[in-house]
Design a protein around this ligand. Structure first.
Ligand code: GLN
Length: 449
């Protein structure tokens, strides 16, 4: 089998399914065929050789449209590749295109894409989750072998759960953010969405590692994650926070998570209930900190340096018209929330307070990890909901990330692995590890899977 065969199979599958799904914002068939040709000629080898992959559209790809799901970057083509792209190409992978997403990563359903929504391949009337909804749907539908997404408050894990695939958010700092279009810089991490846990280990091996071009990149040794997949979880200590199985979690989801815990117990793990006392403040904390960072990060889209410009009477008027036309409603809401939380007079009450609560949440996890190896619960309190069901009420939408957000605030590695169906829809099991213990997280997920 050649690289060309693989890319043609992927493009044919995209052709067949894309009309229904809307997973791609840009199909780079020309580029993919050229890369396949080169791979076939060179006979290059690498751990991911010739695998057709999709990339979330907030990851910069040289000479290939990169919109971050926003009209304001509707015609933006980066002149360089993100570090993760350099690494994936080095490992032999072949990108077939850029995947749809909620604008700048702001959303949990992909309904905030500036272009068109993505549909869930399990039920086309439902959302695929977000903001890496295109990535999750594309992997679930077999369009690509794997995808890269990004996760700020759950955007890899929640769509992976909704679409029945594996999604891994690495420890903050494990994977370079160089070339990732920033949403909330203290939370953003790139990670894989894959069919299996073993695939996730292979992809992480390829993309992780220190990068001098990202000042928050961690100087820790990369690990051979695939060697961790021993299947042995005997004596492993599993903590289950009662807050993750409380009110608001669907009965079907609870049931599947409990069954999964039973499986781990049967494999020799010790499962105990614990508490994350500050978890109830996590969503509020996240919706102060992430919009604050976003309001600053998005200031650069002013019609001068990037993408779309709408002309005006003078400079201020041009800024105003450009940003009014270029940003969608949710992005505008977040910019307003963020500038408010950062404004003088409110800074101490909101931004600073939220930073303090963030520390308390991190300490909740530290205390648990003094006695336990992993923390487990559902990835999302619900299965995939209907398109349109939550669009009129942003708060209900925000609450869908209640299980993933505390983990993001603490910067910890976490995986979502499929744990069965509830009413015919996939449920995700979230396994959270100590800082930089992706190997441990992958080991448990693999043993369960
Ligand atoms: N759904 C959350 C939000 O809207 C998280 C998104 C993300 O992780 N990028 O901010």
């Amino acid at each position: 089998i050649t690289a060309t065969d693989l890319v043609e199979a992927s493009l044919a599958r995209i052709q067949e399914t894309e009309g229904k799904l809307g997973a791609f914002l840009k199909i780079d068939d020309e580029g993919a065929r050229a890369r396949a040709n080169k791979l076939d000629e060179q006979g290059e080898v690498g751990p991911l050789v010739a695998l057709p992959i999709g990339i979330k559209d907030n990851i910069s790809t040289q000479d290939v449209l990169t919109t971050a799901g926003s009209k304001i970057l509707g015609d933006y083509t980066p002149v360089y590749d993100a570090t993760v792209m350099d690494k994936l190409y080095y490992a032999g992978a072949n990108m077939v295109g850029k995947l749809n997403m909620d604008e700048f990563g702001m959303g949990s359903s992909n309904e905030n894409s500036g272009f068109f929504p993505v549909r869930n391949p399990w039920d086309l009337s439902r959302v695929p989750g977000g903001s890496s909804g295109g990535a999750a749907a594309s992997v679930a539908a077999g369009q690509v072998r794997f995808a890269l997404g990004s996760d700020t408050g759950g955007s890899i894990r929640q769509p992976a759960a909704f679409c029945g695939v594996v999604g891994l958010k690495p420890t903050y700092g494990r994977v370079s953010r160089y070339g990732l279009i920033a949403f909330a810089s203290s939370l953003d991490q790139i990670g894989p969405l894959t069919p299996t846990v073993e695939d996730a280990a292979h992809v992480l091996e390829a993309i992780a590692g220190y990068d001098h071009r990202d000042s928050t990149s961690a100087e820790v040794d990369n690990v051979k994650y695939t060697s961790a997949l021993t299947g042995d979880v005997k004596g492993l200590k599993v903590a289950v926070p009662r807050e993750f199985l409380g009110e608001g979690v669907e009965v079907g989801v609870k049931e599947k998570v409990k069954q999964a815990l039973k499986v781990l117990n049967d494999l020799g793990a010790e499962v105990e209930e614990v508490s994350l006392p500050h978890a109830e403040y996590a969503v509020a904390t996240y919706y102060l900190l992430s919009p604050a960072e976003a309001s600053s990060n998005l200031a650069r889209y002013d019609g001068v340096r990037f993408g779309t410009r709408v002309d005006g009477e003078n400079l201020i008027d041009m800024y105003c018209r450009t940003r009014s036309a270029g940003f969608g409603a949710e992005v505008k809401r977040r910019i307003m929330l963020g500038t408010y939380a950062l404004s003088s007079g409110y800074y101490d009450a909101y931004y600073l307070k939220a930073q303090q609560v963030r520390t308390l949440i991190r300490q909740d996890f530290e205390k648990i990890f003094a006695d336990y190896d992993v923390v487990i619960g559902p990835t999302s309190p619900t299965t995939a909901f209907k398109i349109g069901e939550k669009t009129s009420d942003p708060l209900t939408m925000y609450l869908n990330d209640i299980c993933t957000i505390p983990v993001s605030l603490a910067g910890l590695p976490a995986i979502s692995v499929p744990c069965g169906l509830a009413d015919g829809l996939p449920v995700g099991l979230q396994i959270v590890g100590k800082p930089f213990d992706e190997a441990g997280v992958l080991k448990v997920a693999h043993a369960y899977e």
